[in-house]
Design a protein around this ligand. Sequence first.
Ligand SMILES: Nc1nc2c(ncn2[C@@H]2O[C@H](COP(=O)(O)OP(=O)(O)OP(=O)(O)O)[C@@H](O)[C@H]2O)c(=O)[nH]1
Ligand SMILES: [Mg+2]
Ligand SMILES: [Zn+2]
Length: 287
Amino acid sequence: MQGQIVKIVSNQYTVLTEEGSFLQVVAMGKLRLGNKPVVGDKVEYELLDGQYGMQKILERKNQLRRPAIANIDQAMIVMSAVDPVFSSILVDKLIFLIEYENIEPVIVITKMDLVKEDDEVYKYIEDYRKSGYKVILSGHDFEIDDIKDALKGKITVLTGQSGVGKSTLLNKLDPDFAAATQSISKALGRGKHTTRHTQLYPVGDGWLADTPGFSSLDFSWHDSLTLAGRIRDFQNLPDCRFKDCRHINEPNCEVKKGVEEGRVSSIRYKHYLEVVPLCNQREEWQK
Ligand SMILES: Nc1nc2c(ncn2[C@@H]2O[C@H](COP(=O)(O)OP(=O)(O)OP(=O)(O)O)[C@@H](O)[C@H]2O)c(=O)[nH]1
Ligand SMILES: [Mg+2]
Ligand SMILES: [Zn+2]
């Protein structure tokens, strides 16, 4: 039988079955030795001596370390239009980290009720949409339907700096969930999160992690060539002259050409150039 782990407390796993019910499952000895099961794992289990035992972890499509969670469908980047000021470099850094992990970014811009029609934020919204990113606008008195739709049937992690309105959003989606999860309000860059178990909560017909993902903007572990290969704006272009082109100052670079001709977002490219020097800082890359 197969299911998906939604909660882990020590060696007790809560598994959502294919029929939509919950079971308490324990990890069999051999599982505990190797790769530890994490929340989001799809697993095989069977009934042995009146107890459900987990036999096998199915292949993960992606995985985060902090929070420890696998098979994430999307990460919602929450950013306010104002207060705190809209930061496209922060959004882009998060997009890069998220796409690097093969997770789909979804941008939610809050406090849209506080900006005028000609606000600069609209320029960025258009730019993200042109690049193919999903952008959802939110604010006081805005309907929550778009966000609910986006969550439907998916495992989502939330991210975003302090004060952008994550708790406010969660409250609108599900007051019980918001009350039950204190840690999700611990925002980006706000120091260490207390170690506790990670859990997926049913919200808006989907599953939301109760801890914020991508709480560090650390690129040092990232390889810039891999990053360039995953940034959405840089795909579906003709091949650059060099296979290992990092799109910085190599000749016959199609990304640079795309930027010059307005086919590739110059905003994203500029932010990419800011991030490249932060990459490949670990020993394995020092020659
Ligand atoms: N006008 C307006 N105010 C908002 C909106 N969303 C949040 N706020 C306000 O912004 C402030 C911060 O919102 P929170 O939901 O606490 O932000 P948070 O992201 O949870 O912040 P941390 O818990 O510190 O990470 C509160 O005073 C909210 O009432 C919005 O869409 N419009
Ligand atoms: Mg909060
Ligand atoms: Zn190139």
